[in-house]
Design a protein around this ligand. Structure first.
Ligand code: ATP
Ligand code: MG
Length: 339
């Protein structure tokens, strides 16, 4: 049941998004974000969106962006998000995201935005740096604050942006009166950051330079197994969890634990006296078996783009109604004349 504020009775609201920047999400997105989304739809009033506005902060091909938006939606559902229980929508379908984004850009200091590590990382990697890459966190704050979200499930790399969202909400509330819920980040300590298999000191990322280091959730069994077998491991032979000294092996253990639901200690005990190779074989099996049904469902959904479009339309209806109420209130508080 939804009350007049759009809030499902009694449940805190959870909201998050994933960018439409690749054909397939990767294990980091799945473990750091999507798995949390699927859990939270049981306990929260859940809103999850495909971030296509954020995607164009770096260069995108239009046909590919359209395709990737649908593919990302299919993976949301394939991973277990149920459109009956979660509101699933496309960011650009709700104009209030950009409307509030502008107001929040004007609430953000230039130095504050320039300090964001994602901006520093991505602007360092791209030849052409768009202004949107700098203002990204203000739009992200708008994505969240528009819906009065209580919790935002994300990976560790988004912690700093979440902190900025909280600051912007508090700043706006202080200046214009209570308007926004100040959201909490939901970042699971144990699985917050999955690392690249070829460079276990770098975050696994859609825009990564090394495809071999990235397990895509739509990869087939053969390529998953191959990538895990050739994962970079560390000096020594003993399977132990030591993120500082053994980042490669520790990353494999983290992935295993996140997908199998077993504790790291339990997995380490299983491989006592055995080699890294044994852990890799076992992990490949866990990953393949976890992703197999997800991949099958996603490919099925992609065969029926009209149905996907219907789901996203319905999501935009629900989300749009809440977003419009917030932006009307914000415009009024800021002093914009109504028509
Ligand atoms: P891009 O390289 O285009 O930024 P990305 O792989 O970082 O893509 P995003 O769409 O930016 O993916 O992030 C979606 C969600 O996945 C966010 O909540 C983010 O924190 C999480 N996430 C991304 N990479 C990882 C990772 N390696 N480990 C854990 N969580 C991750
Ligand atoms: Mg990212």
């Amino acid at each position: 049941m939804t009350d007049s504020s759009g809030l499902q009775s009694g449940r805190p609201r959870s909201l998050s998004g994933i960018q439409a920047t690749s054909d397939s999400l990767h294990l980091g997105n799945y473990i750091g974000a999507l798995q949390q989304f699927v859990e939270q739809q049981e306990t929260h009033d859940a809103f999850f969106f495909i971030a296509n506005l954020h995607a164009i902060t770096v260069d995108q091909d239009p046909a590919q962006l359209r395709e990737r938006t649908l593919r990302t939606a299919a993976q949301f559902i394939g991973a277990g998000l149920d459109p009956q229980r979660s509101t699933l929508y496309v960011q650009s379908h709700i104009p209030a995201h950009t409307q509030l984004g502008w107001v929040l850009e004007c609430t953000t200091g230039l130095g504050e935005a320039q300090r964001m590590t994602q901006f520093k990382d991505k602007s360092g990697k791209n030849e052409h740096v768009s202004l949107g890459l700098l203002t990204y966190p203000a739009l992200m704050a708008a994505d969240i604050l528009l819906y009065q979200a209580d919790v935002v499930p994300v990976g560790e790399d988004q912690r700093q942006h979440l902190e900025m969202t909280r600051n912007l909400a508090e700043r706006f509330n202080h200046r214009y009166g209570d308007t926004f819920t100040v959201p909490e980040a939901h970042i699971l300590k144990s699985t917050a950051k999955v690392y690249d298999l070829q460079d276990p000191t770098a975050k696994m990322s859609k825009s990564a330079q090394t495809p071999a280091g990235l397990i895509e959730i739509l990869d087939d069994a053969k390529s998953i197994t191959k990538k895990i077998k050739s994962a970079v491991t560390d000096a020594g032979t003993e399977v132990t969890y030591d993120p500082e000294g053994k980042p490669g092996v520790s990353n494999l253990l983290t992935i295993h634990s996140a997908l199998s639901g077993r504790s790291i200690e339990d997995i380490v005990a299983e491989f006592e006296g055995r080699m890294y190779g044994h852990l890799k074989v076992a992990l490949a099996e866990v990953v393949v078996e976890t992703l197999r049904p997800l991949r099958e469902r996603t490919l099925e959904l992609l065969d029926d783009p009209a149905e996907l479009a219907r789901v996203l339309d319905a999501g935009a209806e629900t989300a749009g109604a809440i977003a419009e109420r917030t932006i009307a209130d914000v415009y009024d508080r800021v002093g914009f004349l109504t028509r």
